[in-house]
Structures are given as C-alpha cells and as structure tokens.
Design a protein. Sequence first.
Length: 344
Amino acid sequence: MSDHIRTPATLITGANGEMGHGLIERLAELGNQRIIAMDVRPIDESLRARCSAALVGDILDTRLLERLASEYEIHTIYHLAALLSTRAEFTPESAHRVNVEGTMSLLKLAIEQSRWHGTPVKFLFPSSIAVYGLPSVEAKRKAGKVKEDQWNAPVTMYGCNKLYCEHLGRYFTRHYRQLAADAEKSGVDFRSIRFPGLISAATVPSGGTSDYAPEMLHAAAQGKGYACFVREDVRIPFMAMPDAISAMLALHGAPSTALTQVVYNITAFSPSAGAIREIVAREFTGADIRFSPDDKRQAIVDTWPEDVDDAAARRDWGFSPAYDQARAFEEYLMPEIKRRYRSS
C-alpha cells in the first residue's frame, strides 16, 4: 500500500486482555479513530466489529510490524501486551523477550511513524506496582503511601521488565541520541501508569499475582471453592477496571505541558484479602473461600506496597477514581459478575 493512502490509526497490543477489552469498547464509543487490535491469539468476536483491523501476531515479529508501518499512520500506541507476573517467573527469559524486546520494537515503530507523519506518537504503557520491592512486611507497613521514586527494587522478572521499560520510555522521550552530531527528538511521547491490582467483571483473571481478589469473585459467582494463595492480612492497592481505562484515556488526553513526570502512580482502595473475602461472602451465601498461602507467591506480594501516593496524577492530569471500594463492589463487580454467570 502506498504512503499517500495510509490510514491514521491507534494501535492496541495485547488486545484480548482484560484492559484491551475495556479500552477498545471505550475508544469505539468515542468513534473518532481507527482501531488496530493485535494479539497472539485471534481477537475475540465481540471486539472485531469495533476494530478497523484485527491482527494475530507476536510483537517480536518484525515483518508484522513492518506491515503495520507500511499500511497505517499510527499516532497512538497502547502497548498492553505482556507476560504477567506469575507466568514470567516460570519463563523469565521469555518474559524478557516479550516485555522488554517487544517494547523496544514498538518504540522503534513509534520513532519511524513520527518521522513519517511529523508529529509525536503517544505511547501509553501500563506499568505495575510490581516495580516496587519493599524488603520486609515491617517495612511495608511502615512505608505508608509509597511515591514513584521510592523502593524501586523489584524482586520479580515482571517487575524488573516494567521498571526498565519505564526508563526506556523516559530515555526515548527526553534523552534520545543526546550525544549524536545530528541529535533529534525521537518523536516518542511516552506516558506510563503504575497500576495497582485491577479487578474486572468482564474478563477472567489471567495470571497476575494480584489476581487473588478477582479470582475470589469469579469462583464464588460460579459456586466453586477457592483457596486464596495469600494471607488474610495481606493488603495491596486495587482499582476497578473501568477506572483503569478512564485513567489511560485521561493521561492520553493531557497536554504534554501539564505533565511533570513520565510515570504516575494511581490507586483507588486498599482492602485486606480478608476484607475482600467478607465482601464476597456477604453477597454469595455459602461461598467456599479459604486461605492457603503459597509461600513463594506470598513473598512476592509482601514486597508490594500497601498503598501508593498518586498526588502527581491527581495534580497533573486530574485523576480521580469514580469507584471507591463500596461502589466498586456494589455497583460494578457484583451486578456484572452475577449477570455474566447467569447468562452462561
């Protein structure tokens, strides 16, 4: 396809994931852009009609990325594709290839696209509280609201990958080829959110170490027993998926002059695992949820903060979650999950 008829588009990698579903639906409702969905699995039928193209392929496939570059004029990349924390611990080398080398390939694509159409490519990158690494439960409890520049010593490959990619994004946005004689701006406008644990009613959890919360909900709704792999007293920050999608779109829409950081914390509520069990048990009478901590996964969760400081996101681009703990469970999660399993 020749350059002069390239189509302006938004690229979403990892489109079949929990966040991909919500983001595609929200962007389709806005109706002002062509959506290119990409995943290693065939794009869900429910999403295909909302997209201009649905591509099956690996972000490490250079031929596929070359095809994207030749056929579309990409102005925004939502890079959601990743090997999540639990799976990454079993295959750390594969996780590095997907999570780091894949991100680098897409940053290169963004540079090429920016050079062609002459405007910066916004690169939205979901990071994670897995980038934090507190050394003990005592330190975790004393830390309070952790800021973006504190305790950046992850203990998982996933956390290492995310933290490094944040630094890559900062480099490409602010310092690209800074010593070159023909130094130029890369054309990458990298913007990242460190998400807390995300709870979705629309999709089943898929391998995150914070997934014990949504796993409780989905198991109880189906009348299945569930052995929670963390202690009852464990506490980390969480957020309802609709707020996560809104945050990505709000950060995308913020003027670059308003942004004082490349990476932002956000959060909504921080219940203990025991408190989540109580909420689920009240709604699903007889729910069989017990605590059977897995020492290794528990040790990972113990390095993540109980809460994070998201003052910068609130100040710079107006972040404000619509769902606090009560509303998230009462108005979003419980009704939607019940409806999901009634109709299945």
